[in-house]
Write a protein that binds this ligand. Sequence first.
Ligand code: NZQ
Ligand code: ZN
Length: 390
Amino acid sequence: MQDFVFYNKTKVYFGKNQLDNLGTEISRFGKKVLLVYGGGSIKKIGLYDKVMSQLEKAGMTVFELPGVEPNPHHTTVNKGAAICRKENVDVLLAVGGGSTIDATKGIAAAAKYDGDDVWDLVTRKASVTETLPIVTVLTLAATGSEMDGGCVISNVDTNEKFGYFGPDNHPDVSFLNPENTYSVSAYQTASGSADIMSHIFDVAYFSKQDEMDMLLRIQEEVLKTVVKFAPVAVKKPDDYEARANLMWASSWALNDFLYEGYSQATVCHAMEHELSAFYDITHGHGLAILTPRWLSYVLDEETAPRIRRFGVNVMGIDASLSEMEGAKEAIKALEKFFFETLGLQSRLSDLGIDDRNFAVMAKKACFGGVLHGFTDLTPDDVEKIFRMCL
Ligand code: NZQ
Ligand code: ZN
């Protein structure tokens, strides 16, 4: 396996009674905070009031950026950065799901940029050497943004959606209270769970690289955790144990720990980001539709043993099946899990998507080249996989 450096600076407060520490933590960074949130769910669940009360007690001056969209827009990030520059904001507080946290990470970098458009940073036309500190209060278990160093920003004018890694965009502190996810809909719970699984599949598990057995085993345990608890949370949204397991699984699925020594294209993510860039769909749902089709497409004698191993160790299929039969059963079990157990619609056509943009999207997904991963994919391969999902 490859040499690696493991570094993650995020301090995590996990559990029901941790928000009392928000004031102390946030005031370490200064007195002016920009509170960033989405379309209003945090007000409905009473979290906004709790956060404001903590900020008031800590004597913070609060500026607000509401209305961050799912698949956050670069223009919203620009608005936030403009507030930071005008008001000399010291620290950012994201309260929400991955989109809110990602927009906040974009703001943290854009606020330190001389220009006024974060898209320059996202497209690497410009760079910054520092970012504003970030504190998060997570409300949806899915992306891992609460403990990772990246963000994903959309440009709706150009149908583009790109990952961005600032100089150090890991949140400084994250508050993870599973109770804050009780109100997440069955649909977003299912989609978020597919996203958690896809991070493990995409970054590491379905790989041909030399790997460390310890990491492979832990990846399987985290996958099994999602398979066990996502159906519970879908049926019983206020099951604390299920929500807690999903929340911590989401953070660990993408906080770098599971991936030391791996480097490969995250192929389903590359394909899904084109879907949400063109059609603004829910990220995790797109991944659930793509993943089993992708596995069927890349299934051959070389990939079958790993796919079968997933089926046996994670999905509980019959261990006596041959490599090829076992791999096919594993893919069927994954489809059943996403589309029957979790109740997600199984086809892109269910989401109103047809094939008219597939050729362009496939080219863009491959960034003008080939996606190197479990098997290498050309734009032609990607287009075929999109078609399998119709
Ligand atoms: O906007 P509000 O009103 O808050 O409603 C949101 C939104 O409508 C709602 N929601 C969130 N918490 C809730 C809640 N509703 C009720 N109760 C709660 N407690 O759920 C909807 C979706 O929220 P969003 O933040 O968009 O979902 P998610 O966390 O799945 O984030 C998706 C975004 O993250 C990116 C995706 O591409 C997508 O743009 N990703 C970020 C990654 C990262 N930073 O590392 C990695 C991922 O692979 C992913 O690409
Ligand atoms: Zn994802």
